[in-house]
Design a protein around this ligand. Structure first.
Ligand code: MG
Length: 159
């Protein structure tokens, strides 16, 4: 059996009146993410972790934000394509661990549905997908509610 580890990181700016998508779930919020796609910064970090594990570049390379094809796209579609790529090379997702830094709104009530949604798209058990959320105690750009930061780690397995 072979194993690979990958990590991903992404940031999106917040702006008033935009929809907030995180971990594949619509979060009720007065602010949302400025982006070419739906702005799901958690899925973007997860995609980069999956791609990073196999040294396949990053989502900006795979799905350029200069292309109309990906404008406003549901990031779950991008995640599905990345997982297909990973599977096509004979790898399976072992587990994923995601940390979201956002000052508000509180994400705790949405974490179970994020885990279920991401596990569904990746074809893993829910217990293989961890989503954690933290504020930054009002420090930095996250603390000033200017943006959201996400880190993701994944383990891939080739049986
Ligand atoms: Mg992004």
């Amino acid at each position: 059996m072979e194993i690979r580890i990958g990590n991903g990181y992404d940031v999106h700016a917040l702006a008033d009146g935009l929809p907030m998508w995180l971990g594949g779930v619509r979060i009720p919020s007065e602010t949302g993410f400025v982006a070419h796609s739906d702005g799901d910064v958690a899925i973007h970090a997860l995609c980069d972790a999956l791609l990073g594990a196999l040294a396949l570049g990053d989502i900006g390379h795979l799905f350029p934000d200069t292309s109309d094809e990906w404008k406003g796209i549901d990031s779950k579609v991008l995640l599905g394509k990345v997982v297909d790529l990973v599977r096509g090379k004979g790898w399976q997702v072992g587990n994923a661990d995601i940390t979201i830094a956002l000052q508000r709104p509180k994400l705790a009530p949405h974490i179970p549905s994020m885990r279920e949604t991401l596990a569904g798209v990746m074809g893993t058990g829910v217990d293989a997908v961890s989503v954690k959320a933290t504020t930054t105690e009002r420090l930095g750009f996250v603390g000033r509610c200017e943006g959201c930061e996400v880190w993701a780690s994944v383990l891939l397995i080739k049986p």
